[in-house]
Design a protein around this ligand. Sequence first.
Ligand code: NAD
Length: 484
Amino acid sequence: MMATVIHEHPSFRAAPMLIGGRRETCGRVLDVIDPYSGQRVGTVPMAGIEDVRRAIETAYAYRPRLTRYARAQILERVAALLRERTEEASDLISRESGLSKKDLRYEIGRVADVLLFAAKEALRDDSQSFSCDLTPHGKARRVFTQCEPLDGVIVAITPFNHPMNQVAHKVAPAIATNNRVVLKPSEKVPLSAQYLAELLYEAGLPEPMLQVVTGDPREIADELITHRHVQLVTFTGGVAIGKSIAAKAGYRRIVLELGGNDPLIVLEDADLDRAAALAVQGSYRNSGQRCTAVKRMLVQRSIAAPFTERLVELTRAWTFGDPFDEDNEMGTVIDERAALLFKSRVDEAITQGARLLTGNTRRGALFAPTVIDRVDPSMTVVREETFGPVSPIIAFDTVDEAIRISNGTAYGLSSGICTNRLDLIRRFVDELQVGTVNIWEVPGYRIELSPFGGIKDSGLGYKEGVQEAMKSFTNLKTFSLPWG
Ligand code: NAD
């Protein structure tokens, strides 16, 4: 039950700031609250601008010289440690995020994958060579390439929704490329970032390669983005903050992975049981808090009724509640404020003509999986990103209309398509304005190695995924030698 008075959780953790391997405490702290119980599960230091400068300067002063083998070994060791400690790590993340143990065991597996892929990529020779005698004015020379770490520091700013995996996607490729990072995790879930950092140190990471600063972004974010030693800002989070970072970053590289409003498009030839199973997974896993969660269901009108019936049935069976109860698929959303926002958006849609089929109940930060149909694309619940377990159904008649509705928001992250019609699949792949089109999968499907990221308001088109992140974290130098 939600507590009204804040009590400390039995496994309360007062985490330090991590700068250059020193574990520092701070006069001011931020409380980390369990969204389910309302208990205080820990505190983290509230860094000031001076702490941020020290973190960046410590990182900048250090020049990593780890061999490829050493980098791969560290990353592999952490993957193994994390797998061994899956229960401890997922307990910690669950306490600060309210996500279910089920979701978090899966997340730990993903983090281990990120680490393993980064280890393998570190071992891969990324140089190229080009003969120069290819044309009539060629020469007997050869051009070679090599990837070098950035001279400046990488600042990584991460969101709350995948508390450890978002951090891993920035830190592991940075280590694999011999870079130095200052990480600022979400103030809502900072303990899992601290935990991963401690594991990396335990596995032998030179400590100045990773600093973790926590605090109030209003106070420290600008310094993180504009300090003269920062060369690249990699940010995952909401559109408004991403755009404000872009405006401030100036002559620095930026990688922005922003919000999404992804459709699952179900056509009349689809196997409806299979489509409905994907729909609930896409909509409710991780409490619907994935940038690539299914946030709109575009369903061909001729099969809308039987699809909706199946969706409602599966939604009612989607168990939710205590995140530690093994029977629950879903825990809470990130906080009560978020749950109130989802409810108000669904309520607004209902007053505008949508029909509530199940859910839309709230207790504290618990929000029931919710299905509404008769949704119009102009309603806020689907026009904006609704970052929770809500399934709004929009009916369409023609494929042209489905593509138009799908492309009709500011976002362009990913999509899922349920059809076997090859001619139509081709059209969706070509015409959807998104970074990813998954046929017969949820929009969130990916492997941690493959390119991932959005266009339009979802991102600038630069991708993440271990391989792409490593590219953006390096400078490509060419040199040529006088032999062919
Ligand atoms: P958020 O934008 O509120 O916060 C993200 C991070 O930005 C946090 O660490 C926060 O402290 C920091 N921040 C806050 N103010 C800042 C400022 N002025 N300058 C710099 N940093 C600042 O996002 P959130 O609520 O934590 O996460 C949810 C959002 O993230 C959703 O929109 C979701 O779609 C998006 N997301 C995108 C991807 C992707 O890969 N495209 C992945 C996961 C989440």
